[in-house]
Design a protein around this ligand. Structure first.
Ligand code: SAH
Length: 215
């Protein structure tokens, strides 16, 4: 089967699994996932599974990417913060659905590689930073939407809640330990943070601080 045929099969699978937002489906359809996975997994790029990337991290399962994107209720003027750039795939899916994506990664090598992909694909509304995403991106706050793509151990990081726009800002984040995580959706109105539990998931952990890497 060709990449295109695989991709159509994946989109149909996402629809059947409850991804009803046509804008989200077309964003997934536009992003060539084969460019975000290691070459050795090229033939599995359109399987609905998470795959390993460098530094022991993972590119999320397409269903989870689509689900979290749908839950974020994006709009064309939205300013979005993503924590955990990884391969850059999730940021690339967000890109056509909002005004600007600010994405933070603690591994410099992953951030660089993702940035190259954004450039190659002409995704000029994505801005990258190497840093500790648990601290958010204070200079750019507030954000209309925040998505965390690594699991917070026990609660939603306070700095991220504070950087959420206070009239209807939405944050999605997996919360929980290694075995029992759930996507939590937080909606902010003033000082009220309304939390709902959405979907059981399995993400790599959110880790404090910038990563030490050999050059
Ligand atoms: N959104 C990514 C998923 C990557 S996996 C994609 O589409 O490919 C989660 C990523 O979060 C990993 O790359 C990991 O290094 C990063 N991460 C974990 N803790 C972090 C932190 N405190 N700040 C920034 N990035 C973090």
């Amino acid at each position: 089967m060709s990449d295109q045929a695989h991709k159509i099969r994946l989109i149909m699978e996402l629809r059947r699994s409850g991804i009803t937002d046509t804008q989200v489906l077309s964003a997934v359809e536009r992003v060539p996932r084969e460019l975000f996975v290691p070459d050795t997994f090229g033939d599995r790029a359109y399987d609905n599974i998470a795959l390993p990337i460098d530094q022991g991290q993972t590119i999320s399962q397409p269903y989870v990417v689509a689900y979290m994107t749908q839950v974020l209720e994006l709009f064309p003027r939205a300013k979005v913060l993503e924590i955990g750039t990884g391969s850059g795939y999730q940021a690339a899916v967000l890109s056509p659905l909002c005004r600007r994506v600010f994405t933070v990664e603690r591994f410099r090598s992953l951030s660089r590689r993702a940035e190259e992909r954004f450039r190659a694909l002409g995704l000029t509304n994505i801005v990258t930073r190497v840093g500790d995403g648990m601290l958010g991106w204070p200079e750019q706050a507030p954000f209309d939407r925040i998505m965390v793509t690594a699991a917070a151990a026990d609660e939603v990081p306070q700095a991220l809640k504070e950087q959420l726009r206070d009239n209807g800002g939405i944050l999605v984040v997996p919360v929980g330990d290694g075995v029992a995580q759930e996507i939590v959706k937080v909606r902010r109105n003033g000082d009220t943070f309304e939390e709902s539990r959405m979907l059981p998931v399995r993400f790599v952990p959110l880790v404090k601080g910038v990563a030490e890497e050999k050059r």
